[in-house]
Structures are given as structure tokens and as C-alpha cells.
Ligand binder design. Structure first.
Ligand code: GLC
Length: 519
């Protein structure tokens, strides 16, 4: 995938597709997706045109946080298959030219991980220091005022057996690992080596900003006492850990890459996690994820991101949906906006991450109280992918979560049959991106445009594209002197025709100059 005249590594030119394995495809018909299910649909993903996959956790787990509570980092949970299934998936992905990234959860384990079972057994245990333990205050008080994610409960749970509190940034069943203990760092490096040796192309590192802690574990101002995202936002020691992780990755051939989840809402701070090109290859930058679908908000987020990241030679990432937030189709309120957002996502400078199902325009499922399972209230965006129109939508049993709305019409089968579908839009966008060095690697510059529109151009040694996004629900004009052809239109209107300076309501366009564009 290397660009002529550029030495860009694969992860800069790739479009990454996130798979939440429980909800992607179910090969054994038990209602929970599995690795063999993913393998069976790789040809579809190749047809769609993505370059790389990121799999959310499939490791052995009691599933209190649906796999982000890992009980064995080097084995597959039986619900997803086994290591042979993983190897088969990896081989099949590579045979099709797809890269495979996997989730690595270094900041906490499951409370059922043998390390924690050993650590809590006694204060004298060899692994006691692998987790973060503190005595209660003289009156039995908590060690500090920190609160965990998902609830307002304290981030500390008292372990009656050994008489101390342990720290957990998330659920009590997810004790934080203590990276100050060199054996923890060594063990987590071993996990990386295990999967690198098997052949994975990279990792998505879960809440990686959480591995470094304030050594004093001091109480903080009450309004900022929630551990994620506030307490360990950017400890200096985290950068030391990241440099050692990067050095490990760099010893492997093939540009093995790591994208870190940094739940910090200041892009300048996010940029620090790239170090001097010696820490993360990429970091998620979440402020745009929370931008409303309005031109000024997006312009500001794009400017802040490019301003913060590019000068440091830190390659940006872009994401609109993932397994932790309501889908952008749901957030933006209608399909026309979601289609325009797809054009935006896939034409910015940086690596886009798609979340499975956004290419189908899926909305969040409405999950009745009796079916709710996630402690973080994120079931809606994790609904299963409908593959076919027929009842059961290609799943053997009743899936673990209810279907998203209009599952038959939104199914892969229905949309593959319909050239006007959202799925075909994503396919055309991915093809246009693949065919254009400007869209993949080119410089980015905003162009002047009337209120309600955002317009930019991308340039890479002679290749050029213009992008126009209409954030308004009415037609707007963006007059152009040069002749341009509409290469992709979010609603399909006018494609392959000369651009007539009109941009329909919530329409977004990729324009291709029909003669060399003026600089
Ligand atoms: C990350 C994951 C989320 C998980 C949490 C704890 O934010 O994306 O799903 O619950 O970390 O591991």
C-alpha cells in the first residue's frame, strides 16, 4: 500500500474497521459472535474496501465488562473459539491483504485473573504488588476520594480477606495493574510478544493513559475525582512506559503499530502521547467524536486537531463511532447527516477508524430494561449486525442483544442489492480514497466557503481533490471556476457529472478537477 514517492507506513494510509466480536457474525449459532464468524465475512470486508481490522477483546474473561476484564491475555475465550480459530482468522486476513490489530488491555485485569487471585490471597503474596493496595484510614476511611467509571462509586474496594483496599478505575472486577512493579511491565510486554509472534500487525491499547499513576495517589478536587477521564490524564511516567513499549514494537519487522485510547479531551495533550515519534504511533483524539453536526463546531475541531498534531509530526486519527458511545447515525438524527459525515470522516488527513455497522447506517438498538446487560449503559451501539433480510438476519440463535431498528432493510444483504444504499456509499468512498494519494496522504487546507458549508482541498504531488460538506438542511452554493467532476456524492446525486456549484441539503461531495487544479 506504499505510496509512490512516499515512505508512508501502512497504518497511515489504511482505513481501520473496528469489530466488536460479540456482535459481528455468529458462526456457531449460539447468539454471540465469534472468531470463525469474522473469518467467514472477510470477503465482504474486502468487497467493502477497508484495509485493516481492529478486534475488540476476545480473550478469556468473566465478561463483566464484556471482555475488557481479561482473565488470560494469551488465550481466546471459548465463547469466541480458540487459538486455532484466531490463527485461521489472521491467516485468512493476511491472505486477503488485510492487516489485523487486536485490543491490548494493559491498565487493569479481571479480578479472576490468576495474578489478582494470587495478589489478594495474602499481603505476603509474590504478586501482591502487581496491583494497587492501600490501608484504610484510621477511622476506616477510603484511601482517597477517587471515583470509578460507570458509577459514582469509590474507585476502591475493600478486600476483607487481606484487610486492604485495592484500586479499580472501572468495575471492582477490574483491578488496576500496578505498572510501578517492574514484573507487571515485563508481563505485559510478554503479552505483546505473544501476539506479535503469532503475526498481528498492531494493537489498540485500552485506556493506555491509565498505566502511569500519581505515586502519591492524592485526593483531588471533587469535581475532577473520576479516575477516567481526569485523574491519570498525563503522568510523566506513562511516557517512559510508552517509550519502552515502542522500543519493543520497533524490534519487530513490518511496521507493527499501536493506537492508544487516550480519553483526554484536549488535543494538545493527546499529541504528547506520540512523544518525539518514540511513543504511540497513533492516539485516538476524541473531541471530534463529540462535535455536533454543525459547520463551526467541526471547523474548530479540525483546526485544533491539525494544529495540535501535525506540527509535531503526529499522525491524526478520526473516529465518529465506537463501542462506547451512541452511534453517530443516532446522534446526528438522520441518514442524510450520517452520509455527509461519512464523506467528512474519509477525506480528512489522518487515519479513519470505522465502527462496524456505521457503513449500514445502523442506529442504536432500543434496549428494554430487562435486556440491558452493560454496566456502562452502552448496549445500544453494540447491537448485532444484521447480515440478511430473513428472520434471524443470518444469526443462528437469538442474539445476546436486540436488533437495531429496521434490521431487515438495513441488512448487508438488502444494502448490497441496492446501489443507492449507505453501504454502497461507503464502498465508493473507500474506493475513491484508495485511488487518490491526495485523499490518503495529501496536505489539507480549508477553502473559503459560505456559512453552513465546509470546503477543503487535499493535494499530493499533482493529485488533488476538493471536498464540500453541507451541514444545513437547505441547498447552498459553492461556485467554482475550474471544471470539476463529482466523484462521490453522499446521496449519489450528480456522480460522474460536472459539478454545477450547487450542494443539496446535507449533501457532501468529493470533487475531482478535470484539468490540473490551480495551487
Ligand atoms: C475502554 C474501552 C471500554 C472499557 C474500558 C475499560 O474505554 O473502550 O469499552 O469499558 O476501557 O476497559
Amino acid at each position: 500500500m506504499e505510496e509512490e514517492g512516499s515512505s508512508a507506513p501502512w497504518w497511515q494510509t489504511a482505513v481501520v474497521y473496528q469489530i466488536y466480536p460479540r456482535s459481528f457474525a455468529d458462526a456457531n449459532g449460539d447468539g454471540v459472535g465469534d472468531l470463525a464468524g469474522i473469518t467467514s465475512q472477510l470477503d465482504h470486508l474486502v468487497w467493502l474496501g477497508v484495509d485493516a481490522l481492529w478486534l475488540s477483546p476476545f480473550y478469556r474473561s468473566p465478561m463483566k465488562d464484556f471482555g475488557y476484564d481479561v482473565a488470560d491475555y494469551c488465550d481466546v475465550d471459548p465463547i469466541f473459539g480458540n487459538l486455532e480459530d484466531f490463527d485461521a482468522l489472521l491467516e485468512a486476513a493476511h491472505a486477503r491483504g488485510l492487516k489485523l490489530m487486536i485490543d491490548w488491555v494493559p491498565a487493569h485485569s479481571s479480578s479472576e485473573h490468576p495474578w489478582f487471585v494470587d495478589a489478594r490471597a495474602s499481603r505476603q503474596s509474590d504478586r501482591r504488588n502487581w496491583y494497587v493496595w492501600r490501608d484504610a484510614g484510621p477511622g476506616g476511611e477510603l484511601p482517597n476520594n477517587w471515583k470509578c467509571a460507570f458509577s459514582d462509586a469509590p474507585a476502591w474496594t475493600f478486600d476483607a480477606g487481606s484487610g486492604q483496599y485495592y484500586l479499580h478505575s472501572f468495575l471492582a472486577e477490574q483491578p488496576d495493574l500496578n505498572w510501578e512493579e517492574p514484573k507487571v511491565e515485563a508481563a505485559m510486554h510478554e503479552v505483546l510478544r505473544f501476539w506479535l509472534e503469532r503475526g498481528v500487525d498492531g494493537f489498540r491499547a485500552d485506556v493506555i493513559s491509565n498505566i502511569g499513576k500519581d505515586p502519591a495517589l492524592a485526593s483531588v478536587e471533587e469535581a475532577r475525582a473520576k479516575v477516567p477521564p481526569f485523574v491519570f490524564r498525563n503522568e510523566p511516567v506513562t511516557h517512559e512506559y510508552l517509550r519502552r513499549i515502542r522500543a519493543l514494537l520497533d524490534t519487530w519487522p513490518g511496521d507493527r503499530a499501536m493506537v492508544g485510547e487516550i480519553p483526554v479531551f484536549d488535543s494538545k495533550e493527546v499529541a504528547t502521547f506520540y512523544g518525539a515519534g518514540d511513543e504511540l504511533h497513533m492516539a485516538f483524539n476524541f473531541p471530534p467524536l463529540y462535535a455536533p453536526f454543525e459547520a463551526p463546531a467541526w471547523r474548530e475541531r479540525i483546526e485544533v486537531t491539525t494544529g495540535a498534531l501535525d506540527p509535531r509530526d503526529a499522525w491524526p486519527t478520526w473516529v465518529l463511532s465506537n463501542h462506547d458511545v451512541p452511534r453517530h447515525r443516532t446522534r446526528y438524527g438522520n441518514e442524510a447527516r450520517a452520509r455527509a459525515a461519512a464523506v467528512l470522516l474519509l477525506t480528512l488527513r489522518g487515519t479513519p477508524f470505522l465502527y462496524m455497522g456505521e457503513e449500514l447506517g445502523l442506529e442504536d438498538a432500543l434496549v428494554p430494561a430487562a435486556c440491558k446487560v452493560d454496566p456502562g449503559g452502552r448496549d445500544g451501539c453494540r447491537a448485532p449486525l444484521p447480515w440478511s433480510r430473513a428472520q434471524g438476519h443470518g444469526w443462528g440463535g437469538t442474539p445476546w442483544l436486540p436488533w437495531p431498528p429496521d434490521a431487515a432493510e438495513r441488512s448487508v444483504e438488502a444494502q448490497r442489492d441496492d446501489p443507492g444504499s449507505m453501504l454502497h456509499l461507503y464502498r465508493r468512498l473507500l474506493a475513491a480514497r484508495r485511488a487518490s494519494p491526495a485523499l490518503r496522504l495529501g496536505d489539507f487546507a480549508f477553502l473559503e466557503a459560505p456559512e453552513g458549508l465546509l470546503c477543503w482541498r487535499r493535494d499530493f504531488s499533482g493529485d488533488c481533490r476538493f471536498v464540500v460538506i453541507n451541514f444545513e438542511d437547505r441547498e447552498l452554493e459553492w461556485p467554482q471556476d475550474d471544471r470539476h467532476e463529482v466523484e462521490v456524492a453522499s446521496d449519489g446525486r450528480g456522480e460522474s457529472q460536472v459539478y454545477d456549484s450547487r450542494v443539496g441539503p446535507h449533501q457532501a461531495l468529493i470533487l475531482k478537477p478535470t484539468r490540473p487544479a490551480r495551487a
